[in-house]
Design a protein around this ligand. Structure first.
Ligand code: FMN
Length: 390
């Protein structure tokens, strides 16, 4: 397989994963890529690698430019196996290559990911000269692991951003001006929501650092890289990392066995719409939670409903709330409501509300509990009561 030239003597040598549909629970309907970059300078330098399953692919792309035995330096911006998994296989060809990883967090753990080798720890601002070019290391802890860092090349004005600004997208195109803009931005938002939403503070710190750099290209660790829409993606990261909500957006998330909770969900949505708040229905039987959190990222309101099943909420709803709880920053101040139908005990609704409170949402309306199927009168009451609160 061939490398793709990015600039003179800089190549993309990553792998395209057309088939991946589940990435640690995140539904990746458009696949993904594991991006790695090769710089040919006095010291031949590889930046990041791929999942282990793609060792042959990265090695063949590297081999289309140089003999992998000639690699002098490898930069590991992030230990996670999608960026480091093939490093051990690559090192079989260039056992004397020097490896650079963040210090202390990368250095502490890299052997567990890449095997026993000699590693060099780098700190904020450390610079590695590779010939005509320099590489400056900028650790970005918890964006999204403790070891995460980005690498900047001032001579090229390129930021190798690893997981920052990436998207899960399998594509032969490498740059933002070669690909459908709205799909790209949607996937960038989905990536931020599912991987980085919890780490808004760290993203803000990174954005401040990035703002001081002269950047012509952001070469990402996944999907498409940025050269024409850098300002757009930085502005969006600023908005997302501030956790800014649109007061005209609501989500109604539910599961339902016999449609009663579903009827309540539709009524709640109609009330939102009547107040000019655009509402998305998310039936957990068919909408994946990684898509729901993408919409949640900028929705002011969220209503979550579950019928009672065996004294509990539905498993789908519990899974969604568990995922949402893990990703939502503290003090999020989003507005929430619990609802559902039940047959006798009706425990699910209070359990949902408790989870919403624990996540830190403002409960803007009393929980809605309806025994069995809601009557027209029940639905009218729900509609009017919600209108009153909005
Ligand atoms: C398998 C099963 C278990 C149930 N367990 C409970 C329960 O423990 N407590 C309760 O109040 N209702 C229970 N119900 C009744 C449902 O909550 C009730 O039928 C409700 O109206 C269903 O809402 P839905 O139409 O949104 O699915 C159960 C129903 C089924 C089918």
């Amino acid at each position: 397989m061939k490398a793709i030239q990015i600039r003179d003597n800089i190549y993309w040598v990553g792998a395209i994963d057309w088939s991946v549909r589940n990435f640690h629970g995140y539904e990746t309907g458009r696949g993904s890529t594991y991006n790695a970059y090769l710089i040919i300078d006095d010291k031949i330098t590889l930046i990041d690698s791929t999942k282990k399953e793609f060792s042959a692919e990265i090695l063949s792309r590297i081999s289309s430019v140089i003999d992998p035995a000639k690699i002098d330096y490898i930069v590991c911006n992030h230990l996670e196996a999608d960026h480091s998994g093939s490093m051990n296989d690559i090192l079989q060809y260039c056992p004397n290559a020097q490896i650079f990883v963040s210090q202390p967090n990368g250095l502490k753990n890299i052997a567990k990911f890449c095997g026993e080798h000699s590693y060099n720890g780098v700190k904020a601002g450390d610079t590695l000269n590779i010939g005509k070019r320099n590489l400056t290391f900028v650790p970005v802890p918890m964006l999204h692991w403790p070891d995460s860092m980005v690498t900047y090349c001032p001579e090229e004005k390129i930021l190798f951003s690893n997981d920052g600004f990436g998207q899960h997208l399998a594509t032969n195109e490498r740059f933002d001006d070669e690909f459908d803009y709205s799909i790209l931005m949607h996937e960038a938002k989905k990536y931020y929501a599912n991987i980085l939403m919890l780490y808004g503070r760290q993203a803000q710190t990174t954005l401040k650092t990035v703002a001081n750099l002269d950047i012509e290209m952001i070469l990402t660790g996944h999907g498409i890289s940025w050269r024409s829409h850098i300002k757009d993606i930085l502005d969006l990261y600023n908005k997302w990392s501030n956790f800014e909500a649109d007061e005209h957006k609501a989500l109604v998330v539910f599961d339902s066995m016999w449609h009663s909770t579903e009827l309540i969900a539709k009524t709640i949505g109609e009330a939102f719409n009547a107040k000019g708040i655009s509402t998305k229905y998310c039936d957990l039987k068919v909408v994946h939670y990684s898509d729901i959190v993408t919409d949640f990222l900028d929705s002011e309101y969220i209503a979550v409903g579950s019928p009672t099943l065996n004294n509990n909420m539905m498993p789908n709803v519990a899974a969604f709330l568990c995922y949402l709880k893990g990703l939502t920053p503290k003090k999020s101040n989003r507005k929430a409501l619990a609802f559902g139908s039940y047959g006798w005990g009706g425990q699910s609704i209070a359990l949902v509300q408790k989870e919403l409170e624990e996540i830190g949402f403002d409960i803007f309306h009393d929980m809605i509990r309806i025994a069995n199927q809601p009557t027209d009168e029940d639905l009218d009451n729900i509609y009017n009561s919600i209108i009153e609160k909005l």
